[in-house]
Ligand binder design. Structure first.
Ligand code: ME8
Length: 517
């Protein structure tokens, strides 16, 4: 049994509206998943929802609803968001599902039995909004706390703690010895900087039910529920457990042997997350896994954050990008293209409507759309839509881009891969100007030159469909259909020059990206 490439996103808080940041992360993950599948690797792509905790409880109360009913309603909104983005995820986890809760409780029992928890009285500051305990070090010079924490209260509370304090050095050593564990480099340095200069405090993993009851019951003590982050991170292994992953099941302890379908998933190959939650993924999570006796994920891949017009995205100030509205107006692939082309994984990005429109018109409509449309229209006009004999004038340029794109996709360098693919779009558009098929068509003596030009153009379009499949699956499929080719261009191995054969009859051209002013 071979292990699929296991890729996860952060699970989104159910109580927020899906926004640009969520859409970006999901699309980046989807492009990675589709690219790996196209390259011949089996993939398991997981996304889902984080449904417990104070914020969700408060939002449910404010809406006058029972928390579970509230989550069930919103889960439908999120599932339709996943459908709208045409994500190719293999599972969708909700942390209120029994399959998840059972695993969390089993892990808690194991960790307790192995001496990883202890009880302590906490006296200090607490941010309800962030569900975080704060210390003097979190105060600003004027004594106040960052407004991001919301109301900060004084709290005196008995809780359970997970021991972290003697775990710092092995993790530093591990991250130093495994440069690819946290990527990109800038984010790795931030994690190392934190581990080297801050003291890791033990993690409070419970909340008393008297204060918060919307969480997974803490199996060791019924007066508590489990801290939402301890619950949420475990989704990355509760889903493998539900699919019968033997390594994870072994870490959970004795299991009923009712599972006959076994999928080897753990360790994850990539946890894709945003920069704000890298401490949870690159510090707490590895320590939790080590305590459970499970191997660490191969990579925590950290993306940056989007702003709009140079300002923080914020619902309260109205500075938002509504992904659904953009998709409804411009089409899904225009949205997918812009976010991946604009923002490299790791850096922060800035959405501007003018930038979006600019890329749409110049790169999608005038670049790719125009190339396909004129190539197919000329083939129909001059050769009745019948592919002429093969010719390989553009083959060296195309093969170079194919190899470059392959290497970049294998390294998750998605933005660079799009740049490489568009260099082929530009080369082919330039070839139209150089060969001027509309002039060749006027001179019967130049028929073979016209054949040559037309073949090279349609064959480049076919290769582009294959290269674009991970990024713009809808557009890639349309290109294939217009070329009169069956199926989807979902196998990278089809990006070999010469796939179109003489005599093949193409379909009907139609604009991919109608120009908009
Ligand atoms: O953090 N730009 O959920 P979440 C880019 N439930 N990415 C952004 C962003 C922005 N402006 N805003 C948010 C949570 N994100 C937890 C995760 S995982 C076990 C639990 C990203 O709904 C953010 O960085 O607040 C995170 O990776 C994801 O969206 C979900 O954020």
């Amino acid at each position: 049994m071979s292990k699929p490439f296991y890729l996860t996103t952060a699970i989104n808080y159910v109580n927020g509206e899906p926004h640009l940041g969520h859409a970006y992360e999901e699309i980046v993950a989807d492009v990675i998943a589709r690219a790996r599948r196209s390259l011949g690797t089996e993939v398991f792509f997981l996304t889902g929802l984080d449904e417990h905790g104070q914020k969700v409880q408060q939002a449910a109360i404010a809406a006058g609803k029972d928390p579970q009913a509230y989550c069930d309603e919103l889960a439908e909104v999120w599932k339709s968001f996943v459908a709208k983005l045409e994500l190719s995820n293999d599972d969708f986890v909700r942390t209120t599902e029994p399959r998840h809760k059972e695993v969390v409780q089993a892990i808690l029992n194991r960790l307790q039995a192995n001496g990883h928890f202890y009880q302590k009285l906490y006296e200090g500051f607490y941010s309800t909004k962030e569900e975080t305990f704060l210390t003097e070090r979190d105060r600003r010079p004027d004594g106040s706390f960052d407004p991001a924490y919301g109301e900060v209260i004084q709290l005196k509370e008995q809780n359970y703690y997970f021991k972290l304090s003697d775990q710092q050095q092995w993790l530093i050593d591990y991250i130093e010895a495994n440069p690819s564990f946290v990527q990109p480099e800038q984010r790795r340095n931030e994690v190392l900087g934190f581990l080297k200069h801050d003291v890791l405090e033990d993690l409070c993993i419970t909340r008393p039910v008297t204060r918060l009851n919307w969480g997974i019951a803490f199996p060791i003590d019924t007066a508590y529920v489990t801290y939402v982050w301890f619950d949420a991170l475990l989704n990355y292994i509760s889903v493998p457990a539900a699919h019968g992953d033997p390594a994870v099941l072994q870490a959970l302890g004795p299991q009923p042997s009712t599972l006959n379908h076994q999928l080897l998933l753990w360790p994850a190959d990539i946890h894709l997350i945003g920069k704000d939650i890298q401490k949870f993924h690159a510090v707490f999570w590895p320590i939790m896994l080590k305590a459970m006796g499970l191997p660490l994920p191969r990579q925590v891949l950290v993306h940056g954050w989007w702003q709009k017009d140079g300002e923080k995205i914020s619902k309260s100030t109205g500075n938002i990008v509504d992904p659904i509205a953009v998709i409804n107006e411009w089409g899904l692939d225009a949205f997918r293209y812009y976010v991946v082309r604009e923002l490299d994984i790791g850096a922060d990005g800035n959405w501007t409507d003018a930038g979006f429109r600019g890329r749409y018109n110049s790169e999608l409509a005038d670049g790719l759309g125009n190339l396909l449309n004129r190539s197919l229209s000329m083939l129909r006009r001059y050769r009745n839509g019948i592919v002429p004999p093969p010719s390989a004038v553009l083959a060296p340029d195309a093969q170079r881009v194919v190899e470059e794109a392959r290497g970049l996709l294998e390294q998750n360098k998605l933005q660079a891969a799009l740049v490489a693919i568009w260099s082929l779009v530009a080369r082919a558009n330039q070839y139209v100007e150089q060969t001027a098929p509309f002039k060749l068509a006027k001179d019967p003596a130049k028929a073979s030159q016209l054949d040559e030009a037309l073949y090279n153009l349609v064959e480049v379009c076919r290769l582009l469909a294959v290269l674009l499949w991970p990024f713009l699956p809808g557009t890639a499929s349309k290109i294939y259909a217009q070329l009169g080719l069956p199926g989807a261009p979902d196998k990278f191995s089809a990006a070999q020059w010469g796939g179109l054969t003489a005599g093949h009859s193409i379909g009907t051209p139609a604009p991919l990206f109608p120009k908009k002013e």
